[in-house]
Design a protein around this ligand. Structure first.
Ligand code: 4AD
Ligand code: MG
Length: 467
């Protein structure tokens, strides 16, 4: 058997009369005296394909095996479909059942299963409408990301996943070590520590899973001008929020000869382009999400593509929050980080569209952001969108060696560990900027899905690493 070169989505456009075979998994089978109807799906599109079996064509012993979840191939001829919404259907003359699915134990046949339940069967949920659609949108958005940058001359850099530096200085990193050996299996297993000395470890020093590819990708911007990295990143945040994963994908462009304004312009253009592309290519998937998941989805996406993003400084945002008359769980004061409730008020209530917040206090932002003349704020930008809050974090980078060194010291980091990052400022330094877009946050926005765990095939979060 060769790999499939045609899919159910192609059959909808085919003309009646052709003999063909249809492969897929059974969604439902309905029988009457004269005829059976099977709805078949192969994941190529939202719509199921209808197969019609005239009584007597397929022996009863075979027909009985064609249950929800079974994997089958039907052979037959395409005929005009009298039903609405589908131009052709297959009039079956034969069937091969590749794999049965026991009707009493197949987990996916429950109608109206909750997202929580579907998360527990993440190995099977992709056969349902919701996760088929999530997967297609995710695939298309990833394609659009590469297309966006490639068509603008950005080069894709594969930054390392294992790193010895802590980019964000946030501390929530997973250690990568061979000093620990697990004995036994499952939750009862015990770790044996082979040595306490980092020099005895695999890399001869502490190493971690990366929280961001930024520092590495910056080195390539200082030679290739416009670059981006797109890959998995890891944060050991012990959070049960609907917006945080321990393993998520991030897109990080980095541009030499670009300031914060140029950075913000690119980010806005980027978000609009990805949304526009997915709207063009995943129409029925988005319609499904609009109908079943988030009734304001299409309206919001259209609005975002067609409206300018608001721009505002952190200082002005704090002042607007202070005058809002709202009671927030966390008080707002200049110098504190904005909480999700503040971010959402700003983007949803205050301006009613995406907002680019800039010039945050340096104490609440990473060491590499360029300092403003006031000595208090840095050229940071966060992009906040309705329903989600923060979707992008970025900045213009500090290109001045002395200022950067002082910031590393002030932040309590080890200057020696950043020797190569500092070298970029010693040799041919240039003004440069970049940002990071959380791919799953973008997918929540694109699909209206409420939990970030439901826009990635197999989620990793505190206490959750099944599959
Ligand atoms: O704001 P963050 O921490 O910025 C950086 O990592 C910079 N180094 C990016 C850069 O300038 N190159 O993270 C960027 C984005 C956030 O805005 C958010 O969308 C997403 O990554 N993000 C997460 N998504 C899912 N789960 C988590 N735990 C996330 N943490 C951040
Ligand atoms: Mg951030």
């Amino acid at each position: 058997m060769d790999y499939r070169r045609s899919y159910i989505r192609d059959l909808f456009a085919a003309s009646p009369g052709a003999e063909t075979s249809v492969f897929g998994w059974v969604k439902t089978r309905r029988d009457s005296k004269e005829v059976s109807f099977v709805q078949l799906n192969d994941g190529s599109c939202m719509a199921d394909f209808q197969v019609v079996i005239d009584a007597g064509t397929i022996p009863d012993s075979e027909l009985k095996r064609i249950t929800t979840g079974a994997c089958v191939r039907f052979d037959g001829v395409l005929v005009e479909s009298p039903g609405s919404g589908q131009s052709v259907e297959l009039k079956a003359s034969g069937v091969e059942v590749y794999g049965e699915a026991d009707a009493t134990s197949y987990p996916l046949q429950k109608k109206g299963a909750t997202m929580e339940f579907l998360r527990e069967i993440a190995h099977l949920r992709v056969r349902g409408n919701t996760f088929g659609a999530v997967s297609r949108v995710r695939n298309r958005a990833a394609w659009a990301v590469n297309d966006f940058f490639q068509s603008r001359g950005f080069q894709w850099i594969h930054t390392p996943i294992i790193t010895a530096s802590d980019c964000e200085g946030a501390g929530a990193m997973f250690a990568v070590t061979t000093l620990m050996e697990a004995q036994g299996h499952g939750p009862e297993s015990q770790f044996v520590l082979k040595s306490k000395e980092a020099k005895d470890d695999f890399f001869g020093k502490p190493a971690y899973l990366t929280v961001s590819g930024q520092l590495n990708v910056e080195t390539y911007a200082m030679g290739l001008t416009n670059v981006y990295t797109f890959g998995p990143t890891f944060r050991a945040e012990n959070s049960h929020s609907v917006r945080h994963l321990a393993e998520f994908w991030m897109i990080e462009p980095e541009m030499a000869f670009c300031d914060l304004e140029g950075n913000a312009n690119l980010a806005e253009e980027f978000i609009k382009a990805i949304i526009g592309d997915v709207m063009n290519h995943c129409e029925s998937d988005l319609e499904f999400f609009n109908k079943r998941v988030e009734p304001t989805l299409l309206e919001t996406l259209n609005h975002v593509v067609n409206s300018g993003f608001e721009r505002m400084t952190y200082t002005d945002a704090v002042s607007a929050l202070g005058k809002s008359g709202e009671t927030f769980e966390f008080p707002v004061a200049w110098g504190t980080d904005l909480q999700s409730e503040h971010e959402r008020w700003l983007t949803e209530v205050h301006v009613g569209r995406p907002i680019i917040l800039t010039d945050y206090p340096k104490e609440i932002k990473a060491f590499y952001m360029r300092q403003n003349e006031d000595g208090k704020t840095v050229r940071a930008m966060d992009i906040l969108v309705p329903r989600i809050g923060e979707i992008i974090g970025g900045s213009q980078r500090e290109e001045r060696l002395d200022v950067l060194k002082a910031r590393i010291l002030e932040s309590g980091l080890d200057e020696a560990a950043y020797w190569w990052y500092l070298d970029l400022r010693r040799f041919g330094s240039a003004p440069h900027s970049g940002f990071g877009l959380g791919f799953e946050r973008l997918l929540m926005y694109l699909t209206g899905m409420k939990n970030v765990r439901d826009v990635i095939p197999f989620h990793r979060a505190a206490g959750q690493a099944e599959f």
